[in-house]
Design a protein around this ligand. Structure first.
Ligand code: PBG
Length: 335
Protein backbone atom coordinates (compact mmCIF):
# COMPACT_ATOMS: atom_id res chain seq x y z
CA UNK A 1 0.00 0.00 0.00
CA UNK A 2 2.64 2.49 1.05
CA UNK A 3 4.48 2.04 -2.28
CA UNK A 4 1.55 3.42 -4.21
CA UNK A 5 1.38 6.53 -2.02
CA UNK A 6 3.31 9.42 -3.59
CA UNK A 7 4.37 10.80 -0.27
CA UNK A 8 7.75 11.86 0.90
CA UNK A 9 9.54 9.93 3.57
CA UNK A 10 10.85 10.98 6.92
CA UNK A 11 12.03 13.56 7.76
CA UNK A 12 9.92 15.51 5.21
CA UNK A 13 6.94 13.48 6.30
CA UNK A 14 6.15 13.44 9.97
CA UNK A 15 2.87 11.66 10.68
CA UNK A 16 2.68 13.20 14.13
CA UNK A 17 2.26 16.67 12.61
CA UNK A 18 -1.44 16.02 11.95
CA UNK A 19 -1.95 14.76 15.50
CA UNK A 20 -0.47 17.77 17.23
CA UNK A 21 -3.59 19.48 18.57
CA UNK A 22 -7.20 18.67 19.23
CA UNK A 23 -8.55 20.96 16.47
CA UNK A 24 -6.27 19.29 13.95
CA UNK A 25 -7.16 15.80 15.04
CA UNK A 26 -10.82 16.72 14.69
CA UNK A 27 -10.16 18.18 11.26
CA UNK A 28 -8.53 15.05 9.83
CA UNK A 29 -10.79 12.51 11.57
CA UNK A 30 -12.12 10.06 8.96
CA UNK A 31 -14.98 8.49 10.89
CA UNK A 32 -17.43 10.13 13.26
CA UNK A 33 -19.92 8.58 15.60
CA UNK A 34 -22.95 10.80 15.95
CA UNK A 35 -26.18 10.51 17.84
CA UNK A 36 -27.88 9.71 14.51
CA UNK A 37 -26.08 6.36 14.49
CA UNK A 38 -27.67 5.08 17.70
CA UNK A 39 -30.55 2.71 18.32
CA UNK A 40 -31.38 2.14 22.00
CA UNK A 41 -32.84 -1.23 23.03
CA UNK A 42 -35.19 -0.95 26.03
CA UNK A 43 -36.70 -3.70 28.19
CA UNK A 44 -40.30 -3.47 29.30
CA UNK A 45 -42.07 -5.27 32.13
CA UNK A 46 -45.69 -5.56 33.34
CA UNK A 47 -47.06 -3.55 36.22
CA UNK A 48 -46.88 0.04 37.38
CA UNK A 49 -43.95 2.15 38.58
CA UNK A 50 -41.64 -0.78 37.93
CA UNK A 51 -37.95 -0.14 37.42
CA UNK A 52 -36.26 -3.51 37.82
CA UNK A 53 -32.49 -3.68 37.41
CA UNK A 54 -31.23 -6.40 35.06
CA UNK A 55 -28.64 -8.18 37.15
CA UNK A 56 -26.49 -9.32 34.24
CA UNK A 57 -26.44 -5.86 32.64
CA UNK A 58 -25.31 -3.19 35.11
CA UNK A 59 -27.02 0.13 34.46
CA UNK A 60 -29.91 -1.43 32.50
CA UNK A 61 -33.45 -1.53 33.94
CA UNK A 62 -36.69 -3.12 32.86
CA UNK A 63 -39.37 -0.41 32.88
CA UNK A 64 -43.14 -0.64 33.10
CA UNK A 65 -45.24 1.07 30.44
CA UNK A 66 -46.03 4.07 32.65
CA UNK A 67 -42.30 4.83 32.98
CA UNK A 68 -41.19 4.00 29.46
CA UNK A 69 -42.46 7.27 27.93
CA UNK A 70 -40.22 9.35 30.20
CA UNK A 71 -37.13 7.26 29.53
CA UNK A 72 -37.68 7.28 25.78
CA UNK A 73 -38.43 11.02 25.93
CA UNK A 74 -34.98 11.60 27.43
CA UNK A 75 -33.39 9.57 24.63
CA UNK A 76 -35.35 11.59 22.07
CA UNK A 77 -34.27 14.88 23.67
CA UNK A 78 -30.67 13.73 23.28
CA UNK A 79 -31.33 13.13 19.58
CA UNK A 80 -31.51 9.33 19.46
CA UNK A 81 -33.59 8.49 16.34
CA UNK A 82 -34.97 5.07 17.28
CA UNK A 83 -35.51 2.69 20.17
CA UNK A 84 -36.06 -1.08 20.10
CA UNK A 85 -38.54 -2.74 22.47
CA UNK A 86 -37.93 -6.06 24.22
CA UNK A 87 -40.45 -7.53 26.65
CA UNK A 88 -39.96 -9.43 29.90
CA UNK A 89 -42.99 -11.70 29.78
CA UNK A 90 -44.25 -13.26 32.98
CA UNK A 91 -43.89 -17.04 33.16
CA UNK A 92 -47.67 -17.53 33.39
CA UNK A 93 -48.10 -16.14 29.85
CA UNK A 94 -45.53 -18.44 28.23
CA UNK A 95 -46.82 -21.43 26.28
CA UNK A 96 -45.34 -23.92 23.79
CA UNK A 97 -47.28 -22.17 20.98
CA UNK A 98 -46.13 -18.71 22.15
CA UNK A 99 -49.66 -17.41 21.59
CA UNK A 100 -49.02 -14.28 23.68
CA UNK A 101 -46.71 -13.12 20.87
CA UNK A 102 -49.72 -12.40 18.63
CA UNK A 103 -51.94 -10.85 21.29
CA UNK A 104 -52.63 -7.28 20.06
CA UNK A 105 -52.68 -6.18 23.68
CA UNK A 106 -49.48 -7.86 24.81
CA UNK A 107 -46.73 -6.02 26.65
CA UNK A 108 -44.87 -5.04 23.47
CA UNK A 109 -47.99 -3.55 21.86
CA UNK A 110 -48.88 -1.67 25.03
CA UNK A 111 -45.34 -0.31 25.21
CA UNK A 112 -45.51 0.82 21.56
CA UNK A 113 -48.73 2.71 22.25
CA UNK A 114 -47.35 4.26 25.45
CA UNK A 115 -44.25 5.46 23.59
CA UNK A 116 -46.19 6.76 20.59
CA UNK A 117 -48.50 8.62 23.01
CA UNK A 118 -45.71 10.44 24.78
CA UNK A 119 -42.91 10.63 22.18
CA UNK A 120 -44.75 10.46 18.84
CA UNK A 121 -41.80 11.31 16.59
CA UNK A 122 -39.22 8.77 17.73
CA UNK A 123 -38.78 5.64 15.63
CA UNK A 124 -39.97 2.42 17.24
CA UNK A 125 -38.54 -0.92 16.26
CA UNK A 126 -39.74 -4.31 17.52
CA UNK A 127 -38.19 -7.75 17.52
CA UNK A 128 -40.09 -10.48 15.73
CA UNK A 129 -39.25 -13.83 17.32
CA UNK A 130 -41.10 -16.08 19.71
CA UNK A 131 -38.51 -16.52 22.47
CA UNK A 132 -39.93 -14.06 25.02
CA UNK A 133 -43.30 -15.83 24.80
CA UNK A 134 -42.31 -19.44 24.21
CA UNK A 135 -42.12 -21.77 27.20
CA UNK A 136 -39.33 -23.59 25.35
CA UNK A 137 -37.29 -20.37 25.03
CA UNK A 138 -36.91 -20.78 21.25
CA UNK A 139 -37.50 -18.24 18.49
CA UNK A 140 -39.72 -20.66 16.59
CA UNK A 141 -42.13 -23.46 17.46
CA UNK A 142 -40.48 -26.57 18.86
CA UNK A 143 -42.03 -29.95 18.11
CA UNK A 144 -40.40 -33.27 18.97
CA UNK A 145 -37.05 -31.57 19.32
CA UNK A 146 -37.27 -29.79 15.95
CA UNK A 147 -37.91 -26.11 15.24
CA UNK A 148 -40.66 -26.00 12.64
CA UNK A 149 -39.86 -23.43 9.95
CA UNK A 150 -43.02 -22.71 7.97
CA UNK A 151 -45.37 -23.05 10.94
CA UNK A 152 -43.21 -20.61 12.89
CA UNK A 153 -43.24 -18.13 9.99
CA UNK A 154 -47.03 -18.04 10.06
CA UNK A 155 -47.05 -17.04 13.72
CA UNK A 156 -44.22 -14.54 13.18
CA UNK A 157 -46.34 -12.82 10.52
CA UNK A 158 -49.18 -12.43 12.97
CA UNK A 159 -46.77 -11.11 15.58
CA UNK A 160 -45.39 -8.57 13.09
CA UNK A 161 -48.92 -7.50 12.14
CA UNK A 162 -49.93 -6.97 15.77
CA UNK A 163 -46.84 -4.81 16.35
CA UNK A 164 -47.29 -2.79 13.16
CA UNK A 165 -50.97 -2.22 13.91
CA UNK A 166 -50.00 -0.93 17.35
CA UNK A 167 -47.74 1.66 15.68
CA UNK A 168 -44.35 -0.01 15.31
CA UNK A 169 -42.32 1.66 12.53
CA UNK A 170 -39.64 -0.96 11.92
CA UNK A 171 -40.27 -4.69 12.11
CA UNK A 172 -37.10 -6.57 12.97
CA UNK A 173 -37.31 -10.33 12.50
CA UNK A 174 -34.59 -11.87 14.67
CA UNK A 175 -35.82 -15.45 14.42
CA UNK A 176 -33.64 -16.66 11.51
CA UNK A 177 -36.42 -18.80 9.99
CA UNK A 178 -36.18 -19.18 6.22
CA UNK A 179 -38.57 -17.12 4.11
CA UNK A 180 -39.84 -14.92 6.89
CA UNK A 181 -39.04 -11.60 5.23
CA UNK A 182 -41.17 -12.41 2.16
CA UNK A 183 -44.01 -13.61 4.36
CA UNK A 184 -43.90 -10.64 6.73
CA UNK A 185 -43.68 -8.15 3.85
CA UNK A 186 -46.76 -9.57 2.19
CA UNK A 187 -48.66 -9.75 5.48
CA UNK A 188 -47.90 -6.09 6.15
CA UNK A 189 -48.77 -5.02 2.60
CA UNK A 190 -51.98 -7.02 2.72
CA UNK A 191 -53.02 -5.00 5.73
CA UNK A 192 -52.26 -1.56 4.27
CA UNK A 193 -48.98 -1.29 6.16
CA UNK A 194 -46.69 -0.68 3.17
CA UNK A 195 -44.97 2.14 5.03
CA UNK A 196 -43.72 -0.13 7.82
CA UNK A 197 -40.07 -1.00 7.24
CA UNK A 198 -38.26 -4.29 7.78
CA UNK A 199 -34.82 -4.44 9.33
CA UNK A 200 -33.86 -8.08 9.13
CA UNK A 201 -31.46 -9.71 11.49
CA UNK A 202 -29.94 -11.12 8.34
CA UNK A 203 -26.67 -12.54 9.63
CA UNK A 204 -27.32 -13.60 13.18
CA UNK A 205 -24.90 -16.00 14.78
CA UNK A 206 -25.45 -18.66 17.46
CA UNK A 207 -23.51 -16.69 20.03
CA UNK A 208 -22.51 -16.92 23.66
CA UNK A 209 -22.76 -13.14 23.86
CA UNK A 210 -26.58 -13.18 24.21
CA UNK A 211 -26.72 -14.66 27.71
CA UNK A 212 -27.22 -11.38 29.62
CA UNK A 213 -30.10 -10.52 27.22
CA UNK A 214 -31.76 -13.85 27.89
CA UNK A 215 -31.63 -12.97 31.58
CA UNK A 216 -33.13 -9.54 30.79
CA UNK A 217 -36.13 -10.97 28.89
CA UNK A 218 -36.35 -14.03 31.14
CA UNK A 219 -35.93 -16.58 28.35
CA UNK A 220 -32.58 -18.07 29.39
CA UNK A 221 -33.85 -20.45 32.05
CA UNK A 222 -36.54 -21.77 29.73
CA UNK A 223 -34.28 -22.46 26.76
CA UNK A 224 -34.16 -26.12 25.79
CA UNK A 225 -30.95 -26.95 23.97
CA UNK A 226 -29.37 -24.30 21.77
CA UNK A 227 -30.26 -22.26 18.67
CA UNK A 228 -27.70 -23.74 16.30
CA UNK A 229 -30.25 -25.17 13.86
CA UNK A 230 -31.36 -21.67 12.91
CA UNK A 231 -28.72 -19.17 14.02
CA UNK A 232 -25.46 -19.16 12.06
CA UNK A 233 -22.22 -20.96 12.79
CA UNK A 234 -19.58 -18.47 13.99
CA UNK A 235 -17.07 -19.88 11.50
CA UNK A 236 -18.95 -18.70 8.40
CA UNK A 237 -18.95 -15.47 6.42
CA UNK A 238 -19.77 -16.53 2.83
CA UNK A 239 -22.95 -17.93 4.31
CA UNK A 240 -23.67 -14.54 5.89
CA UNK A 241 -23.55 -12.96 2.43
CA UNK A 242 -26.05 -15.53 1.15
CA UNK A 243 -28.35 -14.83 4.11
CA UNK A 244 -28.16 -11.09 3.49
CA UNK A 245 -28.69 -11.48 -0.29
CA UNK A 246 -31.82 -13.54 0.33
CA UNK A 247 -33.27 -11.07 2.84
CA UNK A 248 -32.68 -8.20 0.42
CA UNK A 249 -34.33 -10.16 -2.38
CA UNK A 250 -37.25 -10.85 -0.06
CA UNK A 251 -37.76 -7.14 0.63
CA UNK A 252 -35.67 -6.17 3.64
CA UNK A 253 -35.14 -2.39 3.79
CA UNK A 254 -32.19 -2.62 6.16
CA UNK A 255 -29.99 -5.48 7.22
CA UNK A 256 -28.25 -6.28 10.46
CA UNK A 257 -25.25 -8.27 11.60
CA UNK A 258 -25.33 -9.66 15.12
CA UNK A 259 -23.37 -9.84 17.42
CA UNK A 260 -21.26 -6.83 16.55
CA UNK A 261 -17.73 -6.62 17.82
CA UNK A 262 -16.69 -10.25 17.20
CA UNK A 263 -18.21 -10.02 13.67
CA UNK A 264 -16.85 -6.71 12.36
CA UNK A 265 -15.43 -8.54 9.34
CA UNK A 266 -18.97 -9.59 8.46
CA UNK A 267 -20.25 -6.01 8.81
CA UNK A 268 -17.49 -4.91 6.44
CA UNK A 269 -18.18 -7.62 3.85
CA UNK A 270 -21.93 -7.04 3.94
CA UNK A 271 -21.59 -3.29 3.45
CA UNK A 272 -19.03 -3.77 0.67
CA UNK A 273 -21.09 -6.39 -1.14
CA UNK A 274 -24.54 -4.82 -1.00
CA UNK A 275 -24.26 -1.15 -0.05
CA UNK A 276 -27.48 -1.54 1.90
CA UNK A 277 -28.34 0.37 5.07
CA UNK A 278 -26.37 -1.90 7.36
CA UNK A 279 -26.63 -2.14 11.13
CA UNK A 280 -24.65 -3.90 13.81
CA UNK A 281 -26.01 -5.10 17.14
CA UNK A 282 -23.54 -4.44 19.92
CA UNK A 283 -25.21 -7.16 22.01
CA UNK A 284 -25.77 -7.63 25.71
CA UNK A 285 -22.58 -9.59 26.38
CA UNK A 286 -20.47 -6.96 24.63
CA UNK A 287 -22.12 -4.24 26.73
CA UNK A 288 -21.80 -6.24 29.95
CA UNK A 289 -18.06 -6.73 29.41
CA UNK A 290 -17.33 -3.03 28.99
CA UNK A 291 -19.72 -1.85 31.64
CA UNK A 292 -18.65 -4.55 34.09
CA UNK A 293 -14.97 -3.74 33.60
CA UNK A 294 -15.85 -0.06 34.02
CA UNK A 295 -17.61 -0.74 37.32
CA UNK A 296 -14.66 -2.80 38.50
CA UNK A 297 -12.41 0.18 37.85
CA UNK A 298 -10.43 -1.63 35.15
CA UNK A 299 -11.61 0.36 32.12
CA UNK A 300 -12.93 3.86 31.49
CA UNK A 301 -16.42 2.81 30.32
CA UNK A 302 -17.45 5.92 28.31
CA UNK A 303 -14.09 5.97 26.60
CA UNK A 304 -14.13 2.30 25.53
CA UNK A 305 -17.80 2.57 24.60
CA UNK A 306 -17.08 5.42 22.16
CA UNK A 307 -14.06 3.59 20.79
CA UNK A 308 -16.19 0.49 20.25
CA UNK A 309 -18.88 2.48 18.44
CA UNK A 310 -16.20 4.02 16.21
CA UNK A 311 -15.10 0.52 15.20
CA UNK A 312 -18.58 -0.22 13.87
CA UNK A 313 -18.56 2.95 11.82
CA UNK A 314 -15.12 2.15 10.40
CA UNK A 315 -16.38 -1.30 9.45
CA UNK A 316 -19.13 0.37 7.42
CA UNK A 317 -22.15 0.21 9.71
CA UNK A 318 -24.73 2.94 9.21
CA UNK A 319 -25.95 2.53 12.75
CA UNK A 320 -25.52 0.54 15.92
CA UNK A 321 -27.95 -1.00 18.37
CA UNK A 322 -26.33 -0.49 21.73
CA UNK A 323 -27.39 -0.55 25.37
CA UNK A 324 -24.92 2.29 25.76
CA UNK A 325 -26.88 4.55 23.37
CA UNK A 326 -27.95 7.02 26.05
CA UNK A 327 -24.48 6.99 27.63
CA UNK A 328 -22.95 7.64 24.22
CA UNK A 329 -25.44 10.40 23.41
CA UNK A 330 -24.68 12.08 26.73
CA UNK A 331 -20.98 11.77 26.05
CA UNK A 332 -21.34 13.27 22.56
CA UNK A 333 -23.37 16.14 23.97
CA UNK A 334 -20.80 16.98 26.62
CA UNK A 335 -17.71 16.64 24.46
C1 PBG B 1 -34.33 -12.95 20.26
C2 PBG B 1 -33.20 -12.02 20.39
C3 PBG B 1 -32.00 -12.25 21.06
C4 PBG B 1 -31.33 -11.04 21.03
C5 PBG B 1 -32.11 -10.13 20.33
N1 PBG B 1 -33.26 -10.76 19.92
C6 PBG B 1 -31.48 -13.43 21.77
C7 PBG B 1 -31.35 -14.70 21.10
O1 PBG B 1 -31.40 -14.81 19.88
O2 PBG B 1 -31.20 -15.69 21.82
C8 PBG B 1 -30.02 -10.80 21.69
C9 PBG B 1 -29.70 -9.38 22.01
C10 PBG B 1 -28.57 -9.20 22.96
O3 PBG B 1 -27.88 -10.14 23.39
O4 PBG B 1 -28.35 -8.03 23.30
N2 PBG B 1 -34.45 -13.68 19.15
Amino acid sequence: MTDSFPSARFPATRMRRNRRTDWLRRLVRETQVTVNDLIWPVFVVDGESQRVPVESMPGVDRLSCDLIGDAVGQAWDLGIPMIAIFPYTSESLKTPDAREAVNPDNLVCRAIRAIKDSVPDIGVMCDVALDPFNSDGHDGILQDGIILNDESVEILCQQALAQAQAGCDVIAPSDMMDGRVTAIRSALDGDGLEHVAIMSYAAKYASGFYDPFRDAVGSGGALKGDKKTYQMDPGNTDEALREVALDIAEGADMVMVKPGLPYLDVVWRVKEAFGMPTFAYNVSGEYAMLRGAGEAGRLDYPKVLMETLASFKRAGADGILTYGAVDAANYLKSS
